[in-house]
Design a protein around this ligand. Sequence first.
Ligand SMILES: [Ca+2]
Length: 417
Amino acid sequence: MLRLRSTLAAAALLSAATVAGAQTWTFDSYTPGVCSANGGQHGGCPAGELVRIHVVTVADGLVRPWHLTFLPGSSDYLVTELPGDLRIVRGGKLDAKPIPGWPADALRARSMNSVVLHPDFARNRLLFISYVKQRDGGDTTIALARGRFDGTKLERVEDVFVADAWGTGATAGRAEVGPDGMIYLTVGDRDAANVTDDASFRMLAQDLGSHVGKVLRLRDDGTAPPDNPFVGRAGARPEIYTYGHRNAQGLAWHPDTGELWATEIGPMGGDELNRLLPGRNYGWPLVSLGKIYTGHLASEQSWYRPGMEMPEMFWVPAISPSSLMFYTGDRFPQWRGHYFIGALSGQQLLRVAFNQPPPQPERRESLLTQLDVRVRDVRQGPDGYLYLAIERDQQGGPGSARLTPNGSILRIEPAKN
Ligand SMILES: [Ca+2]
């Protein structure tokens, strides 16, 4: 590995090329020593290291790819497209046809969000798809469907959970399966009044009697496990794990502590990275560093109120953090334990190192900013590389004439030279 002798600009783009029809780029990324501000010797700290990375387009022609999930014991992966299709990349090649079997008449999906596998998928072939469910009149909510995937098609797809969160505002809808085998599902604040100072919609995020503005924890049949924090409390929904969320989009479990972390998209400013502990209140909309779209502060007490959790990290101005993962692979030993956060409006992949000895701050590095893309998902592949789902511009929702198949899956590898 190259050693730095002087300060370098982080993540410089070295080259861009098209090889055998696939776009590739090479970047220099810079990982500082554990307490070195700029990679030079600093007190007793080790110098930083240069990590030269190669970014390869591995699948093209996707419409707003939203979530990707690797199949067990395989390099194949499933990808959801927001307008409603489930796709598969087999042997490194995107199957030209969507996976059939979604019962469009029975389950009216305005968008398809996450696809995640049952913990026992290898045996029972069950998977879960979180989606935005539509009813007559146009209202939507977040639902979780379960079906069987035999390798080529979906079968017996049915709802196992429909959130009591009908409305028209922000949906969220990220699902992940935790190390405890439970399904975690985010529900947005449904704030139909987000261009006004009327807080009545968004205050539902503080109401334990509603699924709005929550992170939920569900069993594989969509019911609440008995050890959820509000089980047995009068007037509270038993599915709630944490509350006071605006638009939580990324969920990942810390590889060392086992704790759940989440990214949350704020309004104008006030994006957050939170450590989610069961039963805790994450503040929205009573505590927020963001501004409502009127330009007014979301809260006069923007930083803290008793009984509410402060974020571990925040962004003002906003980057719109879409996704979150912890790197645990062998391909980038310098990055092990680091957080990777995909950003939409921020158009980057953010690397965050929290493993600095106190009182040193965490290190942040913006990657891929030169690609001018919105990062919708970030995953570690079974090969130890990073896989990103990206959109090339801000497109409309399902049904929009602006939808075009210009989304891609990118893979980040160490450069060979
Ligand atoms: Ca918060």
